[in-house]
Unconditional design. Structure first.
Length: 200
């Protein structure tokens, strides 16, 4: 049986941490974060402007260690993946987390995506394109434009899964035919369905 291989980023695609970051930034540091401030650049700019001696890593290391199971699975994610699985799609999570973060991602995927996703792949500090080529990924979904741009030379179809906190992250006009945009998992499913060979 030939399968259509779909690569999925972890943070922001399968596991959405927006509300968890906002909750614990307020609880631990007294910070009310805007959407853009839940990302590293925005968070660090905020704390610098306040003269605070904390960093995005100090937030995220603790969030991931203690509260990563509170991340949310996006709406429609599991039904869409089940539908694609029935159409002979198989999924690889491709993440560049450190070893401790990787263990938490494995735990999350095993609990929330049991029977759907069996493999979480760690880049081991290599560029993501190395794993994407090795796994013969045919479509790759990420919520970060900066992670997709280095992949435009690959044969895999690229999908930008837009999240509200990705303020100002737009697909460059010249790459819009190359990087497809999705604003929901229903969109992701529709895009992948359109890529499936007729024989699957």
């Amino acid at each position: 049986m030939k399968y259509f291989i779909v690569g999925l980023d972890f943070d922001g695609v399968l596991a959405h941490g927006l509300n968890v970051k906002k909750k614990y930034a307020k609880e631990w540091f007294g910070l009310e974060l805007s959407l853009g401030q839940t990302k590293e650049t925005g968070f660090n700019a905020l704390v610098r402007s306040l003269g605070r001696d904390i960093s995005y890593r100090s937030l995220m290391d603790r969030v991931i260690e203690e509260h990563s199971m509170e991340y949310e699975v996006p709406s429609d994610c599991i039904p869409v993946l089940k539908q694609l699985y029935d159409r002979h799609c198989r999924f690889f999570v491709i993440t560049s987390r450190n070893q401790q973060e990787y263990s938490r991602a494995m735990e999350f995927v095993c609990e929330r995506f049991s029977g759907l996703i069996k493999t979480v792949c760690h880049t081991n500090n290599q560029p993501k394109d190395v794993l994407i080529k090795r796994l013969n990924v045919e479509a790759y979904v990420d919520d970060d434009i900066s992670k997709l741009l280095p992949l435009v030379g690959l044969p895999a179809e690229l999908v930008y899964y837009r999240q509200p906190e990705n303020v100002g992250q737009e697909v460059p006009d010249v790459l819009k035919p190359r990087i497809l945009e999705a604003s929901s998992f229903v969109d992701v499913g529709r895009i992948v369905e359109g890529l499936l060979p007729k024989t699957l």
